[in-house]
Design a protein around this ligand. Structure first.
Ligand code: AGP
Length: 605
């Protein structure tokens, strides 16, 4: 999604803006631009398709100083990838950057007869031109008129020709954080652009207008009243958003998983069982529900699928998993007795946020499992269980998935205990099993050459299948997504027992099938399915526990994870599947951390 940065202060603005945009590259983009006041208080706009590095080269020969400006990385929604569609957009007195979607831009274009003046195909330029119409020398008044007319999601940063040194920001749904720092005033889409300058920040309150100048930040609420921000503190260190010697953020974050699990689990253990006192999550939330509804997108939804396979047999209540973009347009069968768990690494995914809001209108109690402190989903949920993975920069989610699972396993354990499904000893044994996954993951990380060597069998493939049963099927969903999103190979996860109902027609000689068989009670059934695909020429990559007894002719490659309680095998397997995807992408010389078309946080519909 688009990246936004604004700066006003004593330092060289262009450098700060370009550095900030570099920090925001992980969000995914196709073009970049900045606008700044020069030493004569004239606004300049420089924008182009391509990487931030290309933009930076443009300024290598410019000597004039600048102390105020805004910058943007664009992930195209309305209008193709082109220089003219890149932000900032300049319209009369106004220069504007935008993250989000103006849903009524077409009707506004007609109502205000903007067609003739538009030079781009973007909804954002419509907002800029509309604001210019409203602007009569009073920024706040004009911005209020703009936000009263636009519908949809937005984070705007705005400069006015006659207001040198001033930046205005306003948001609805799309994220913005800000801080007054030793370097000056900063506003950005997320913390990674603020971290080099400060550890204290605030989330821009929705529909409030923030004014940044070189000497202070002021906020006025929708009624025009000056308000003070709710300050927050960054909960990770500055180099967490750096590669620290790894070739890619994704590999770094795969390696960080054991530490991330420790940071998420250990602070919440009291006498060996989960304790959410410090999270202010009461047991009454777990006692008072008669069903659980998990809602998320992508990898987070896959974590929900694993949780469902674990929680439903454990708690003996219905556990449903919904794709947020579907749920939000349904008439869900949930009520005040439903515990809705929304899962989101970024805490800003617009579909998950909309689903959360719908669930609350149905009277359901909501618990968010989120990795970014103070994010919109965290703030709008009744309760929040923060994961402590640190910033996840690679678009492909890895450590966030593992800590989401750990959080969900702990919730399941606490629920089982308070609902009498676990005795204290059983709860303690369960948590001990959860902690056992940490060395198991470290083992699989140390064996990463196994995956590095096997991907040669995938590089030239167009299709790959992941199969499993029960929990193994839930794991396979994530394995398929990982491979697809960073290697661009079509990958499909399939319930192993379902293959015979059609898809096995696609299994031919050399087609890779990654079979996951770690669940003892259905192991032989899964192995039967492996035989079926092997008999049709599949190249079988089999993943089992160490102790599994397997016919050596059955698997072309056999990866063994350390023996664990079947309920916990997802964690080392996640490492295996992440590494398969990572090394396949590397083998195809693709952009692992910023795959094509993808964004780290999907803040538009
Ligand atoms: C997974 O690798 C992708 N990055 C994507 O599916 C992601 O999990 C999804 O967009 C949800 O994001 P969230 O967890 O920030 O809500």
């Amino acid at each position: 999604m688009c990246g936004i940065i604004g700066y006003s202060g004593p330092l060289e603005a262009r450098t700060i803006l370009l550095d900030g945009l570099s920090q925001l590259e992980y969000r995914g983009y196709d073009s970049a631009g900045i606008a700044y006041f020069d030493s004569r208080s004239q606004i300049h706009v420089v924008k182009k398709t391509g990487k931030v590095a290309n933009l930076r080269e443009t300024f290598s020969s410019i000597s004039d100083s600048s102390h105020c400006g805004i910058g943007h990385t664009r992930w195209a929604t309305h209008g193709g990838v082109s220089d003219v569609n890149a932000h900032p957009h300049h319209a009369g007195q106004v220069t504007l950057i935008h993250n989000g979607i103006i849903e009524n831009y077409h009707s506004l274009t007609q109502e205000f007869q903007l067609e003739a003046s538009l030079v781009s195909q973007t909804d954002s330029e419509v907002a800029a031109r509309l604001l210019d119409i409203f602007y009569e020398g009073q920024p706040e008044s004009a911005i209020k008129q703009l936000v009263n007319r636009v519908e949809g999601s937005y984070a705007f940063c705005i400069m006015f020709n006659d207001r040198p040194g001033e930046i205005y920001a306003v948001r609805s749904v799309s994220p913005l954080v800000a801080a007054y720092t030793r370097a000056g005033a900063l506003v950005a889409s997320d913390l990674t652009a603020l971290i080099p300058y400060t550890r204290n920040y605030f989330v821009v309150p929705e529909h409030h207008i923030v004014k940044l100048t070189g000497y202070k930040i002021s906020i006025c609420d929708p009624d025009g009243k000056q308000v003070s921000p709710e300050m927050m503190k960054v909960n990770w260190n500055t180099d967490a958003a750096m590669k620290n010697g790894f070739p890619h953020f994704m590999l770094k974050e795969i390696h960080e998983q054991p530490e991330a699990l420790k940071n998420t689990i250990l602070p919440r253990l009291t006498k060996g069982i989960p304790d959410f006192t410090d999270d202010q999550i009461p047991d009454e939330l777990f006692l008072g529900c008669d069903q659980i509804h998990v809602i998320a997108c992508g990898t987070a939804m896959h974590a929900g699928m694993v949780a469902r396979s674990l929680l439903e047999p454990l708690l003996r209540i219905p556990v449903t998993v919904s794709i947020a973009s579907e749920f939000r347009y349904e008439e869900p069968l949930i009520d005040e007795k439903t515990l809705v768990i929304v899962i989101s690494q970024s805490g800003e995914t617009i579909d998950t946020l909309a689903a959360l809001r719908l669930a609350r209108t149905c009277g359901s109690r909501t618990l968010a499992v989120v990795n970014v402190k103070g994010s919109t989903i965290a703030r709008e949920s009744d309760y929040v269980l923060y994961t402590h993975a640190g910033p996840e920069i690679a678009v492909a989610s890895t450590k966030a998935y593992s800590v989401q699972l750990a959080a969900l396993y702990m919730v399941g354990c606490r629920m089982a205990l308070v609902r009498g499904r676990f005795t204290g000893e059983q709860a303690s044994a369960f948590l001990a099993g959860l902690l056992d996954v940490i060395p198991a993951m470290e083992t699989m990380i140390s064996r990463k050459d196994e995956e590095k060597n096997l991907v040669t069998h995938l590089l030239s493939q167009h299709d790959t299948f992941f199969i499993g049963r029960g929990l193994d099927y839930a794991f396979s969903l994530e394995g398929a997504l990982k491979l697809k999103e960073i290697s661009y190979i079509h990958a499909e996860a399939y319930a192993a027992g379902e293959l015979k109902h059609g898809t096995i027609a696609l299994i031919a000689s050399g087609v890779p099938v990654i079979a996951i068989a770690t669940q003892e009670h259905i192991f032989s059934k899964t192995m039967s399915n492996v035989r079926e695909v092997k008999a049709r020429g599949a190249f079988v990559i089999l993943v089992t526990q160490e102790h599994a007894s397997v016919d050596p002719d059955l698997a072309d490659i056999h990866i063994k994870i350390p023996d664990l309680d079947d309920r916990f095998t997802v964690f080392p397997i996640a490492v295996v599947l992440q590494l398969i995807a990572y090394y396949t992408s590397i083998g195809k010389n693709l952009d692992v951390d910023q795959p094509r078309n993808l964004a780290k946080s999907v803040t538009v519909e």
